[in-house]
Design a protein around this ligand. Structure first.
Ligand code: VG1
Ligand code: CO
Length: 544
């Protein structure tokens, strides 16, 4: 077997976004496109020689081909050992778990998360560092800088590795271990949650659940955990076979794209508990019978009830939420007397806080929740956490959420997404909003008075690094907020996200529909940003 050096030219569009490099499959299939990015990762890492890496993906189209290419390039670049998930499968949180469990140098995760897959769908590459978490900005910036000047890459000329069975192989001098992608993750979950209690609950005959894996990566994990280990009846996990095109669906666990599950939970004979996860398994949606749990509330409720869960019974060091996430968790943190941090969108900003043991739980409004057990958000972990709380309290999801509001007040919260709008219009909207910032403070809109308007900037309290331009915030004197942000994960045009939040202390208003409760803020957002005009849309694509 010989190492081939291939000449190449830079692709100028390989800038990682909120969560890795995401492009359409067709772009990734351009000659040298994947190879350039992988070589740029290897070139940016110090002392890679002889190290251990972890490799796997969400099973989408091009996963297997990309893994073979990356294995051969890793061998040619002097990597010592690679742990790769059987069939090329590793959910994002499982990859994080395997990196940490084996003291690996880092890992490459192949996923475009919630973006659709298949020949006409998207593909993506993420690099994670030795703590198991997404590469911080200084690493992704170095990788991007390298992609701009790269002129060659190395690849081993050899046959493909058989990924269908667990086993060890040699690729040149590199060791390849094809590992069980589920086992280490299942063991980690067993160490955190009360599996005896959950087993009792799921086999009692008076508690039913439905887990929708949306034909994405969590299928094998969910079946192993809920059906095999915890004894839930077969069929508890639906859409549990990972498919290369996710069955044509959009593996995004929200009220629009997880429609089968939503119909079940809001239909006749609804189960007690429902959950869905996204393409790569790091996000979650939690539903009760005819009841939706807002992800921002979910973080607050997990925080308030963590003492009921074995892995967290000794208390939390602190919590963190992304800036657009509602302030519901802030009040829980205050009551518990622990710190609450506010970071920019994207899990990479939680890594330092977790490593420095400043926080135990983290969450984002975008259905992402996680803890210090790994360095990624973790969909099935959140489902188990909720089940553990439901079982320990012996109350329904709806009861738990409503009693939380009784105790802490309710943050009405909604995100309006305008997906795949024209990029020029979206940028013009942001400029238009920003141009008003000097004059907004003190201005009155109906009953709301603007307290501040700024472009969110974050200084990492651990390493002092500064991240600017993380979203336009308009805060009102009563604590309500409107935030405008452009997505960093889309691949077509631009996606505008409008985040709306208002705090309500009046118990008699808690049963109001969220969109009704937020109506005035929604109108103010339109007045300030002229969303209809700039996006050319009458209404959002997705409302959460
Ligand atoms: C979105 C979410 C963000 C999340 C990111 C990656 O980013 O808003 O909270 O961390 O997706 O999640 P953006 O830039 O499109 O708003 V995932 O599950 O795609 O790895
Ligand atoms: Co994801």
């Amino acid at each position: 077997m010989s190492i081939k050096t291939v000449s190449t030219q830079p692709f100028l569009d390989q800038k990682p976004g909120t969560s890795g490099l995401r492009k359409s499959v067709q772009v990734f299939q351009k000659p040298h496109y994947l190879e350039n990015f992988i070589q740029s990762i290897f070139d940016s890492l110090e002392n890679l020689q002889g190290q251990t890496l972890v490799l796997g993906g969400d099973g989408r189209y091009y996963n297997r081909q990309a893994i073979q290419t990356i294995l051969k390039m890793a061998a040619a670049n002097g990597v010592g050992r690679i742990l790769v998930g059987c069939n090329g499968i590793l959910s994002t949180p499982a990859a994080s778990c395997v990196i940490r469990g084996n003291g690996a140098y880092g890992g490459i995760i192949l996923s475009a998360s919630h973006n659709p897959g298949g020949v006409d769908g998207d593909f993506g590459v993420k690099y994670n560092i030795s703590n198991g978490g997404p590469a911080p900005e200084k690493v992704t910036e170095a990788i991007f800088a390298r992609t701009q000047v790269i002129d060659q890459y190395q690849i081993l000329e050899s046959a493909d590795i058989n990924l269908d069975h667990i086993g060890s192989f040699k690729l040149g001098t590199m060791e390849v271990e094809v590992i069980d992608p589920v086992k280490p993750y299942l063991e980690l979950m067993e160490s955190l949650f009360d599996f005896d209690l959950l087993h009792k609950c799921l086999t009692s005959g008076n508690f039913t659940m439905c887990m929708d894996s949306l034909h994405a990566v969590t299928g094998p994990y969910a079946k192993a955990i809920f059906e095999n280990r915890l004894g839930a009846p077969e069929g508890t996990v639906i859409n549990g076979e990972p498919l290369e095109d996710f069955g044509g669906g959009h593996p995004d666990p929200n009220l629009v794209y997880a429609k089968t599950l939503v119909d079940k939970l809001f239909g006749d004979n609804a189960p007690d508990f429902g959950a869905a996860s996204d393409g790569d398994g790091d996000r979650n949606m939690i539903l009760g019978r005819k009841f939706f749990v807002n992800p921002s509330d979910s973080l607050a409720i997990l925080t308030a009830n963590a003492h009921l869960v074995p892995g967290y019974k000794d208390g939390l060091k602190g919590v963190a939420r992304s800036m657009p996430t509602s302030g519901a968790v802030d009040r829980v943190a205050e009551k518990l007397g622990i710190d609450c941090y506010e970071t920019p969108t994207g899990w990479k900003f939680f890594g330092n806080l977790l490593d420095a043991e400043k926080v135990t739980l983290c969450g984002e409004e975008s259905f992402g929740t996680g803890s210090n057990h790994v360095r990624e958000k973790d969909g099935l972990w959140a489902v188990l956490f909720w089940l553990n709380i439901v079982a320990a309290r012996g109350e329904s999801v709806e009861q738990i959420v409503k009693s939380h509001w009784q105790e802490y007040g309710r943050n009405f919260y909604s995100r309006h997404d305008y997906e795949e709008v024209a990029s020029d219009g979206a940028k013009a909207l942001v400029d238009h909003v920003y141009s008003q910032f000097d004059n907004l403070k003190g201005k009155q809109f109906g009953q709301y008075i603007v307290a501040y308007a700024d472009d969110f900037s974050y200084t990492d309290p651990v390493d002092g690094s500064v991240s600017k331009n993380q979203g336009l915030r308009i805060g009102f004197t009563d604590g309500s907020r409107i935030i405008f942000r452009l997505s960093g994960t889309g691949t077509k045009g631009a996606t505008l996200r409008v985040y709306l939040e208002s705090y309500e202390a009046d118990v008699s208003k808690y049963d109001l529909d969220t969109q009704v409760a937020l109506k005035e803020l929604i109108d103010i957002a339109e007045e300030i940003a002229q969303i209809k005009k700039f996006t050319n849309r009458d209404q959002p694509t997705v409302i959460t």
